[in-house]
Design a protein around this ligand. Structure first.
Ligand SMILES: [Cu+2]
Length: 220
């Protein structure tokens, strides 16, 4: 059903997909039920000879039940979605791994920069290097990132990671991901950020540790 999404490559991709499938089915079934009920009402209560439309004050228990029973069901399904999202949210947003390479991702009109720590593994030291437009990461390793913007709000989006996070000027937003498949993937901006927003692409290169080290050495 969610086949328009590419195969996930992060360890939390399947959790996001499960959650989206749940929302998809709950909203889908409700939508069909409500539309059929609406259609039924349009036909059953259409204009008839000699019958005048009446205003009903809805002050009886029976008429209130028409509102309160559906509201009760909506609330139950809402809580179901809420309960399922809690574990996904915790995994991605709260239980950030303590270990892993740090990369600072900076969005600007209209591209992405990636600042890597040098050999000392610490950002903002003399041996840092910056890659314009290309983010390289070693496969099967945790990458911790800080998202920053120098101008307007952008959104860092990699469909294969199932990761989409707003980038807000004046803030440094932490996050993480890991990968299980080597390849080149598109990084897009998912927030309308100006005239060339649709051209704001970068690329994510997931490589073996060896290839990543060779690339990093070359950049330095
Ligand atoms: Cu943007």
């Amino acid at each position: 059903m969610l086949s328009y999404l590419p195969d996930g490559i992060s360890s939390f991709a399947s959790d996001i997909d499960r959650h989206m499938t749940l929302i998809y089915w709950i909203c889908g079934i409700w939508f069909v039920l409500v539309e059929f009920f609406l259609l039924y009402c349009l036909i059953a209560f259409r204009k008839k000879e000699g019958v005048r439309a009446a205003w009903l004050p809805a002050d009886t228990k029976k008429s209130n039940a028409w509102i309160l029973i559906p509201v009760f069901f909506v609330l139950i399904f809402d809580l179901w979605i809420e309960a399922d999202s809690a574990s996904v949210w915790a995994k991605i947003k709260e239980d950030v791994p303590a270990e892993g390479m740090q990369v600072r991702v900076t969005g600007r009109q209209f591209g992405w920069d990636f600042r890597y720590p040098g050999e000392d593994g610490v950002l903002d030291t003399a041996d840092d290097f910056v890659s314009i437009g290309e983010m390289h990461v070693p496969v099967n390793e945790v990458i911790r990132f800080q998202l920053e913007s120098v101008d307007v709000i952008h959104a860092f989006y990699v469909p294969e990671l199932r990761l989409k996070q707003d980038v807000v000027p004046g803030r440094s937003i932490p996050g993480w991901f890991d990968t299980n498949t080597e390849g080149v993937f598109t990084i897009a901006c998912a927030e309308l950020c100006g005239a060339n927003h649709t051209q704001m692409y970068g690329s994510l290169h997931v490589q073996s540790r060896q290839d990543f080290d060779a690339w990093a050495a070359q950049q330095r």
